[in-house]
Ligand binder design. Structure first.
Ligand code: NCD
Length: 330
């Protein structure tokens, strides 16, 4: 049996709070120290540098089995975890389940047995229930990576956003300001970005309809702008978010056209930002709703950098899981 076998790993304790769980798991960016954030970002930069010139797989993680379990739709995250695992020589298996009518307990418990029987060392999981990855981390001997849990966190997206901003901002986070615009309340992307960014000294301004603003804005350490124009004025970056209509109760939005008029980011609004400011979007983009097509494809857009950085960040995260598992066995 190889050193990453879950059978060898002790059960985690204190799972459920991202800062209290063993380092083999990545459940969220809340409470992650800046040194850890920078360690992962530095490692991801090395992966990016290598992958830019050489995409051939290494055998670095050849003993690692990664199961990617998607209980919610995913394109970018799924593909980039698959590619990252393969680039490092791991064995990777992916499945998607749309069994969202099953209760969380039933579907996850059934699936646990499949993961374990297949000898998964790392389980990458996306689920509509906040806390599902933490639940798995308690139940499994394997490392668990949260690939998005409901409205809670999406830590690898947060990390790739930090990586993209670090590149755009020539390595300096302190003193910068980002405007996060749109459906904040339903956005796990926004939450992970906020945790990471505030830890690194970035000021985060939120803008969006009051019905789509989280109740805990102050706890998150953000300020709120009354308008998108105000939020963008002098900002170093803007992050547009998709309207998560699948998570919305009826009546939170008057109409899409009204939403775009009041909160959409178009070329005129972009000019309010600093001259070298960039525009991010986690995708999928609703073109012409939260982001005008000419901005999405324009020179300020770093959306494709986010995608490329996603593979590098996931390489770094998988390597970190593997190292933590090996350390536990040693
Ligand atoms: C996001 C997600 O699924 O949380 N997409 C992604 O992972 N890149 C954002 C979204 O669905 O709007």
């Amino acid at each position: 049996m190889h050193p990453f076998s879950p059978a060898h790993a002790p059960a985690p304790s204190g799972a459920g709070h991202s800062h209290a769980v063993p380092s083999r798991h990545l459940l969220g960016l809340e409470g992650m120290p800046r040194e850890t954030l920078f360690e992962i970002l530095d490692d991801a930069e090395r992966d990016l540098a290598r992958l830019t010139v050489d995409r051939s797989p290494t055998d670095e993680l050849r003993l690692l089995t990664v199961v990617i379990a998607m209980f919610e739709d995913s394109t970018r995250t799924r593909v980039s975890f698959q590619i990252a695992a393969k680039r490092l020589g791991a064995t990777v298996s992916t499945f998607s389940s749309h069994g969202l009518s099953l209760s969380k307990g039933e579907s996850l418990r059934d699936t646990l047995h499949i993961f374990e029987a297949n000898g998964a060392d790392v389980v990458v999981v996306r689920h509509s229930s906040p806390g599902a990855p933490a639940y798995l981390a308690e139940q499994l001997g394997s490392a668990v990576v949260n690939a998005g849990d409901g409205m809670h966190e999406h830590p690898t997206q947060g990390l790739l956003d930090l990586m993209t901003l670090r590149q755009a901002w020539s390595g300096r986070f302190e003193g910068r300001r980002i405007a996060i615009v749109g459906d904040i309340a339903h956005s796990r992307v926004a939450r992970s970005a906020i945790f990471g960014l505030t830890t690194l000294g970035v000021t985060v301004t939120l803008a969006g309809p009051a019905t789509l603003m989280p109740a805990e804005v102050e706890r998150l350490g953000c300020t709120v702008s009354a308008s998108v124009d105000e939020a963008l004025e002098g900002a170093d970056a803007a992050m547009a978010l998709r309207l998560q209509r699948e998570r919305m109760e009826k009546g939170l939005l008057p109409s899409l056209r009204e939403y775009t008029r009041v909160w959409g980011i178009d070329a005129t609004r972009v000019r309010r930002m600093k001259a070298d400011a960039v525009v991010l979007h986690p995708g999928p983009v609703n073109r012409g709703v939260e982001l005008a097509p000419d901005v999405a494809d324009g020179e300020r857009s770093v959306i494709l950098d986010q995608v490329a950085n996603g593979v590098a960040v996931r390489c770094a995260v998988l390597r970190r899981c593997a190292a933590a598992l090996a350390q536990e066995v040693a």
